[in-house]
Ligand binder design. Structure first.
Ligand code: GUN
Length: 283
């Protein structure tokens, strides 16, 4: 018998996208052009194709003009850098997103470092990551921003809570820990080498799981009444699984995100949010 309330990422996404549509329209009225997002997909990774399609659909829904660039898997690094250069100086483009992973042979870190930080709507550039660390205004990574919105949507006051993050990636674990800290949580970051993980997670008022292992978090790892945010997207036998065992964790948690339908929709919504924000900052 589940006791946790389900945090509906789709519904929250729809609400925020509605607000962003109004903001995008206001931008268009003030500046005589639409907010613009360039999306670059190199190669034919099936999951990336789905993500890029969903990003373009989200742009249409929000009234953002998308500029899609589909490059072959054998595109040279120079060609990709030339395109980024052009987009950096294109006044119609407010945000630039290079879909990851890039095909083999391309230096991901170097390529991302060449995106103008003001147009880095993924928040992956060292300048944005550094400003997040310093607590300065910045474009913060999308999934972590979505996680914070999901927690806040439950009415939970993050301040003073013990937040435990499982995972330390640059894309999710580290930035989500920094955002929780910015919201005055006491933050513990756990990872694959953490000793006595269960003892730590059992003290979490807020548990964010981004470790990339199917149903890694079991019910006995969750404190009664915790808010559980599951960032996992593990495909197995054609089905999508989170990093937490939903049934077991839902018996302990007060709120929990489902997979799919929790964090996933929020990532793209926060990308739209960053694009509108970048447009207004740079206009
Ligand atoms: N691949 C998987 N997630 C992401 C993301 O958030 N941004 C980009 N650019 N690529 C990804």
């Amino acid at each position: 018998m589940n006791s946790a309330k389900i945090i509906d990422g789709k519904a929250l996404s729809a609400k925020i996208r509605g607000e962003l549509k109004t903001q995008a329209l206001e931008f268009e009225k003030a500046h005589g052009r639409k907010v613009g997002l360039a999306v670059i997909l190199a190669g034919d990774n099936a999951a990336s194709q789905v993500y890029v399609r969903n990003k373009i659909i989200a742009c249409e829904e929000t009234g953002i003009k998308s500029f899609a660039y589909y490059l072959p898997a054998d595109v040279t690094q120079n060609k990709l850098l030339e395109l980024i250069d052009e987009l950096n100086s294109d006044k119609a483009v407010d945000g630039i997103l290079v879909q990851l992973p890039l095909p083999k042979g391309l230096d991901e870190n170097y390529i991302l470092s060449k995106i103008d930080p003001k147009k880095d709507v993924d928040g992956f550039h060292a300048v944005n990551a550094g400003n997040l660390l310093l607590g300065n205004a910045c474009l913060a990574a999308c999934t972590p921003s979505g996680v914070i919105e999901l927690i806040k949507s439950t009415g939970t006051d993050i301040s003073g809570k013990h937040a435990v993050v499982i995972g330390r990636s640059n894309i999710v674990g580290k930035p989500v820990a920094l955002l929780l800290l910015q919201n005055n949580a006491t933050v513990t970051v756990c990872h694959s080498k953490t000793a006595n993980l269960k003892e730590i997670t059992k003290t979490a008022d807020i548990l964010v799981v981004a470790i990339g292992k199917k149903e890694f978090v079991r019910g006995d790892m969750v404190k009664d009444g915790a808010v559980v945010i599951d960032v996992g997207m593990n495909r197995f036998d054609g089905k999508l699984y989170g990093d937490a065992n939903f049934e077991e964790c839902a018996e302990k948690a007060s709120y929990i995100t489902p997979v799919p339908g929790g964090v996933g929709p929020m990532t793209i919504t926060m990308l739209m949010n960053n694009t509108v924000k970048a447009a207004n900052l740079n206009a």
